[in-house]
Design a binder for this molecule. Structure first.
Ligand code: FAD
Length: 429
């Protein structure tokens, strides 16, 4: 493969199209780096759309975090192997703000309280701390804090979302919720949330929906509905429906795959190529080789063709087991693209606690790629495996993003740190 001529020459290969890969590509585009990005739909399309920075800490006590920045400082002292411990708190903020600004410019603004987390109702009728929410969900935390009378609707054609379950489970903290089940305009017997969200971009369907909701309003001060307020034109859909009903309308995230995750995926997929990134969405790295003197040749394969990409550097953001970056079998956990060393418990028997819901979490979830200060994958002695390979996102060792509620924040902040280290390398080369 090494002797073949590459189809594309670039400075940086970004492997992954989850939040870490998308954020890395965004930082590269803003610096004008010649970058290629490759990956198939990551967790992003399944995500709730909420941007968590740090919601639970310490996990063993299940403590809900109010101020994520203070909690990150404390985490950095107590968990020195956590990726957050390797990044300055102001850099974590800068990176998250940069992604929020990008989304705002893409007409999908997010709302946050800067210092504190918000508390968001979920479709299970639980509450979840998060740092930033899309504008479509922004009214929910305020309405819940005021315990105002609120009509919570579900649609008979949408599975996995019950307004009655939400109202019953939240009845102590939010007694003013009144559930109602209605039909979705022009719906077949069963519908998927993405299709419903896209159909609400049609003003005629919105008008019909407002007519179906209006008779139930009663004393409600706001209307909560599943996250279906459009995919591309969420500002127009939310404002128009709120205007038609004369009340604020807000979303509660749905079960996956939900429209809110799909919005993020589609915004990045549309804007990154416009910003100069050469994107191979729905492609994978099938093969790779080292170039003499440093750098990489990647074979990128899609449904109908493959390309050879020559890159001076690479940032691997290939996720964990679901994303495909890690694979576990009876002999241990492996990194799937570069065969990098994995920080993991020596014996499989110690991967899990006896109790599946143990609040402290399972060791297997903290396994992954260990990195040096420059976010380069490192061996068990802390030595970087390659000078020009960097890593970011949930593939990194030392964190438990699901329990700590830090998925997107960790992906974005490590993308920023890995990209900056990679850029320094390129400048010195
Ligand atoms: C159901 C669900 C709900 C979530 N809810 C929230 C939430 O409420 N708040 C929050 O902050 N976060 C949430 N997240 C987490 C968040 O989506 C992830 O943390 C985030 O996407 C970061 O993941 P990542 O980029 O590290 O990896 P992933 O999203 O897993 O992406 C990995 C990428 O690597 C690519 N890849 C793997 N192998 C190859 C290869 N050989 N060649 C090319 N590409 C490859 C994959 O195609 C994929 O694009 C949720 C995630 C899930 C699944």
């Amino acid at each position: 493969m090494n002797s073949q001529r590459a189809d594309i020459d670039c400075d940086l290969m970004v492997i992954g199209t989850g939040m870490a890969g998308m954020a890395t590509a965004m930082f590269a585009a803003k610096k004008g780096i010649k970058a290629v990005q490759v990956g198939v739909a990551g967790q992003l399309g399944f995500a709730s759309g909420l941007i968590d920075v740090l919601g639970i800490y310490p996990v063993a006590g299940g403590r809900v975090v109010e101020n994520p920045w203070q909690a990150i400082t404390s985490l950095g002292r107590k968990e020195p192997k956590h990726p957050y411990a390797m990044i300055q708190s102001n850099e974590i903020r800068t990176s998250v703000n940069a992604v929020l600004e990008f989304l705002g410019r893409a007409d999908y603004p997010y709302v946050c309280q800067k210092e504190n987390n918000m508390v968001m109702p979920t479709s299970a009728g639980t509450i979840k701390p998060t740092y930033a929410v899309p504008h479509t969900m922004a009214y929910g935390p305020a309405a819940m804090a005021r315990k105002e009378p609120c009509l919570v609707i579900d649609f008979k054609s949408l599975k996995g979302y019950s307004s009655r379950q939400i109202a019953e489970n939240l009845s102590r903290s939010w007694p003013g919720l009144r559930p109602v089940s209605i039909g979705f305009p022009e719906a077949a017997t069963e519908m998927y949330s993405e299709r419903m969200a896209r159909s609400l971009e049609n003003p005629r369907i919105r008008e019909k929906l407002a007519d179906l909701i209006a008779p139930h309003i009663g004393d409600a001060c706001s209307v909560a509905m599943p996250a279906l307020l459009g995919v591309f034109r969420t500002l127009e859909v939310t404002e128009d429906l709120s205007r038609a009903l004369g009340l604020p309308v807000f979303e509660i995230p749905t079960m996956l795959p939900g429209a809110a995750g799909i919005r993020l995926k589609e915004i990045f997929e549309q804007h990154l190529p416009e910003m100069g990134i050469t994107s191979f969405f729905q492609h994978k790295v099938r093969n790779l080789s080292r170039k003499k003197g440093g750098g990489w040749i990647f074979e990128v394969e899609g449904m109908n063709f493959s390309r050879l990409v020559s890159a001076k550097t690479a940032i691997v953001c290939s996720g964990r087991f679901l994303g495909g970056g890690l694979h576990a079998d009876r002999h241990g956990i492996k990194e799937t693209i570069f065969s990098l060393p994995i920080a993991q418990a020596p014996e499989r028997a110690s991967w899990h606690q006896r109790d599946m819901l143990d609040p402290a979490g399972h060791r297997v979830n903290r396994s992954g790629i260990a990195v040096d200060r420059d976010f380069r994958p490192s061996d068990s002695n802390g030595r970087p495996v390659y000078p020009d390979l960097f890593a970011a996102g949930t593939i990194l060792a030392g964190q438990d993003w699901m329990r700590q509620k830090c998925g997107s924040g960790l992906a974005i902040a490590t993308a920023y740190a890995a990209f900056n280290a990679c850029n320094n390398f390129l400048e010195k080369a």
